[in-house]
Design a protein around this ligand. Structure first.
Ligand SMILES: Nc1ncnc2c1ncn2[C@@H]1O[C@H](COP(=O)(O)OP(=O)(O)OP(=O)(O)O)[C@@H](O)[C@H]1O
Length: 271
């Protein structure tokens, strides 16, 4: 089956720094696909290369469908009113105003305000409405809920899920594992310009599910370990301290959360 987005061997450098080192992946039609990584991992760069806003040195990107792109904050003129912005983009995309979409996103309530007077959440809703004018097949979202309160987050998540139900393919960048876990069908985790993991969050959880984190407090300080096999590892750790005549004062064992494991993978400490 034809994919919504197909990327092979994508390389991008800023000056001498290679930020993307040959990424290959695809986004399936109708899925919500998350690109994860810590700050500076290259998430925005990947999105911008796919969107066509960034030149790249190597690789091939194929998009099958009409794209809708959520603007970055502060990207509209300060004095423009929400409905003026909607009319501008509707005209530019040569399409009609979708009044039910505007009602669903609460844009009508913002009529009297200027762009600079909107809150972060209101701006995000307006940016989403603009991205959705012309009914795109593929929606690009960069940190869609950054700066939103819990209510705004839940509301935007629900809107994103509804769009998926209507058949829209969604690709989003985020550094929030919890957000991605609740929303995305599949994720790619970027690390040092490469994909460190790609698959479903369930696959990620089962891959790392047996990982334990062990914190040992001794008279010389605190040591941290991770282990798949808790029994053998504990014996080896304790034997090591005993052979060095170091007194163990306390031991704590945790099953790591997906979030902690994401940080390990994203920073390169995984396995
Ligand atoms: N226009 C640019 N010129 C030079 N370097 C850039 C430019 N844009 C991004 N970079 C660098 O490329 C790297 C990746 O940036 P990018 O914005 O793609 O990361 P990100 O994962 O989206 O980060 P964040 O989570 O902070 O938004 C960073 O080291 C950044 O400093």
């Amino acid at each position: 089956m034809e994919h919504a987005i197909q990327i092979s061997g994508l390389k991008k450098s800023y000056g001498k720094t290679e930020v993307l080192k040959g990424l290959s992946f695809h986004v399936e039609k109708g899925e919500i696909f998350g690109i994860l990584g810590v700050n500076g991992a290259g998430k925005t760069t990947v999105l911008e290369c796919i969107e066509g806003f960034r030149k790249y040195e190597h690789g091939k990107i194929t998009i099958n469908g009409k794209a809708g792109i959520q603007l970055q904050s502060a990207s509209l003129p300060a004095y423009i009113k929400p409905m003026e912005a909607i009319r501008l983009f509707t005209k530019w995309k040569n399409t009609a105003i979708d009044t039910s979409l505007l009602a669903a996103l609460g844009i009508n309530e913002l009529k009297s305000k200027k762009y600079m007077e909107l809150s972060t959440g209101q701006k995000r809703r307006l940016h989403l409405a603009i991205a959705l004018t012309g009914n795109p097949d593929i929606l690009f979202l960069d940190e869609p809920t950054a700066g939103l309160d819990i209510e705004g987050r839940i509301s935007l998540h629900n809107q994103i899920r509804q769009l998926k139900e209507q058949g829209t393919t969604i690709i989003l960048a985020s550094h929030d594992m919890t957000e991605v876990e609740t929303l995305c069908d599949r994720i790619a985790i970027l690390n040092s310009g490469n994909i460190a993991f790609i698959g479903t969050t369930d696959e990620l959880a089962s891959k790392i599910g047996k990982k334990y984190q062990i914190k040992v407090l001794t008279e010389s300080g605190e040591d941290n370990y991770t282990a798949d096999n808790i029994g053998d590892t504990m014996l080896a750790i304790l034997e090591n301290y005993r052979s060095k005549s170091i007194n163990v004062l306390d031991i704590k064992v945790n099953r790591g959360t997906l979030e902690q494991h994401f940080v390990d993978i994203a920073k390169g400490d995984f396995l």
